[in-house]
Design a protein around this ligand. Structure first.
Ligand code: ZN
Length: 134
């Protein structure tokens, strides 16, 4: 079951600059910054009530974030939904005909298991499913 929007991911060119802007916007500093080497990204997280904003900067030219910005420019990159059991959700969505980009959930930022649903199935929006690692 999809529980809620966990966070919205925003692709940025320069994380340091974006952090300053979002700190002013939200009135609080990021509660966490983290590099995810497997994804080639540097991230920072802001808490806004129950929801979070994740800023993502490419840490290498091959990063999916670098490619995204090249194609579309900075902006909303993905919407992440919290799920209780990511493996069950993957099976359910595959049955419904969705293309899951990584069938084996991987460890993402912020202590989560994550997988992505291809945007061609979701009217252009990259969807992340994430499950808290307990
Ligand atoms: Zn995310």
């Amino acid at each position: 079951m999809v529980e809620k929007i966990e966070h919205i991911g925003i692709a940025v060119k320069n994380l340091k600059e974006a952090n300053e802007v979002y700190e002013k916007l939200l009135g609080c500093p990021p509660y966490k910054t983290e590099s995810v080497e497997s994804e080639g990204v540097n991230t920072s997280f802001f808490q806004t009530g129950e929801s979070k904003i994740e800023l993502l900067e490419a840490s290498q030219p091959e990063s999916p974030i670098a490619k995204f910005i090249e194609k579309k420019g900075e902006g909303i990159h993905h919407i992440a939904f919290a799920v209780e059991d990511i493996k069950t959700e993957i099976k359910r969505l595959q049955k419904e005909g969705f293309k899951i980009i990584n069938e084996n959930p991987k460890k993402g930022a912020d202590n989560k298991l994550v997988c992505f649903v291809h945007p061609k199935n979701t009217h252009g929006v990259l969807i992340e499913l994430c499950q808290e690692i307990t």
